[in-house]
Design a protein around this ligand. Structure first.
Ligand code: ADE
Length: 418
């Protein structure tokens, strides 16, 4: 081992050096973010839930809109889940949005509307794991607890790697212990944010900017010249490839959407067994497009399915009557999309209808009637939505939240010249 390295940190080391260097850097370099400028416990909770999904840049407009629509826990608890999902639409992992809504209802119904004031109270709420409880408690309440997200884990692994020669990662339990020990006594929230900020801006996974790092003199991976190999790259063995088709049925500026949990509507002929039978958990609460099952990739990676795979479903669907029976949907194109560990190849089909009609329910909407053709169709949507029936809907609207996957398909259809 390199004799020049500072000693591996242990619980007997002095954490002050790390704190002094990093907090001074944070004070001069932190990003101006809306939830930092308008710091509240509630706003911190929402920002941390969103930041677990994606990058700061993506989260900013979502957080602003969310706080405008639901400025406090009471308005969030009183909202319809569909409204919440709609404002979450595009962030992905919708279970987190459902849990956020459920947690708000618990706070209002069982805790007099008062957000918890200690870590344990946060940990007991749905959707709050060790990271989120630590982040909210330290940043929102000033409690001295660690918050280890992926950025923070990488930063600590580099600073404190036990043996740079073997490139062995610090054991998670050791990392947790050291992270807890390092938290600044006076500024726990700033400390946690500073570690994450350093990970996002300087101590990046790819292309780390060590020359601008304030903690460089104390970083064992830097001093040993192994930063870009710490932590060791994980083997990406767990991703699962999936092929599926989605159907955009358009009538004027309306799109035919299916209510939540409709599931796949078509299993293309001659297909292998689906990769995943039940996809409702991934998109629970969201409106969807008619879909094929999630199938393994085909040998011919560029091919979709023939357009007539949708035909038997279309002719049999009780909410859909269409006059273009001669037409089969056409394949517009494809795109890649990732959902948890699934790597999807999505084929988008489109059928344009000259005339369309929904029928078969009390609130039936005959879209072929003249008033609907003069733009009044949207006014008749709520009854259809209330009864959770499929229908032609204009998008996007808070009344029918859609997933990122569906939004991408609609964008592809909107931009298609086919
Ligand atoms: N990533 C997640 N939460 C963060 C925060 N509060 N500051 C910086 N990066 C973060």
């Amino acid at each position: 081992m390199n004799p020049e390295l500072p000693p591996a940190i242990s619980l007997s080391d002095q954490p002050e050096k790390y704190r002094r260097l990093l907090l001074a850097w944070f004070d001069g370099n932190k990003r101006q973010l809306p939830w930092r400028g308008r710091r509240t416990l509630y706003g911190t909770w929402i920002s941390e839930m969103m930041l677990q999904q994606t990058t700061v840049k993506v989260v900013i407009p979502y957080w602003e809109k969310f706080l405008t629509a639901f400025p406090d826990v009471k308005t969030l608890a009183a909202a319809d889940l569909a409204e919440v999902l709609s404002l979450w639409s595009g962030l992905g992992f919708y279970r987190r949005a459902r849990q956020l809504h459920e947690a708000a209802r618990i706070v209002v119904d069982q805790m007099d509307g008062e957000l918890p004031r200690e870590v344990e109270g946060w940990s007991a709420l749905p959707g709050i794991g060790p990271y989120a409880s630590g982040a909210v408690a330290s940043i929102g309440l000033g409690l001295r607890v660690p918050a280890l997200d992926a950025n923070a884990r990488r930063v600590f692994s580099r600073w404190l790697i036990d043996d740079p020669n073997s490139l062995a990662d610090l054991k998670p339990a050791h990392l947790d212990q050291v992270a807890a020990h390092l938290v600044d006594d006076e500024r726990p929230g700033d400390w946690n944010e500073a570690v994450m900020e350093l990970g996002a801006l300087v101590c990046r996974a790819a292309d780390p900017r060590c020359s601008t790092c304030p903690v460089r003199p104390l970083c064992r991976a830097h001093l040993a010249g192994v930063v870009d190999r710490v932590p060791p790259a994980k083997t990406v063995s767990s991703s699962i490839k999936v092929r599926l088709g989605l159907l955009v049925i358009q009538w004027r500026d309306q799109v035919f959407l299916l209510p939540p949990a409709s599931g796949p509507v078509v299993i293309p002929p001659d297909s292998n067994p689906p990769v995943r039978e039940d996809i409702s958990g991934l998109h629970g609460g969201l409106w969807g497009l008619p879909s094929t099952s999630w199938l393994p990739p085909s040998g011919k990676s560029t091919s979709g399915w023939p357009g007539h795979i949708w035909r038997s479903w279309m002719t049999g669907h009780p909410d859909l009557e269409y006059s273009d029976v001669e037409e089969d949907p056409v394949l517009l194109g494809s795109f890649r999309h990732a959902i948890t560990r699934y790597r999807l190849m999505v084929y988008v089909y489109r059928l344009r209808l000259a005339e369309a009609r929904t029928h078969g329910c009390e609130n039936a909407v005959d879209v072929s009637k003249p008033q609907f053709q003069s733009g009044e169709f949207a006014k008749s949507i709520p009854p259809v939505l209330n009864s959770m029936r499929a229908g032609f809907l204009s998008i996007p609207s808070p009344n029918h939240p859609i997933s990122n996957l569906v939004a991408k398909s609609l964008r592809l259809a909107a931009n298609s010249s086919v």
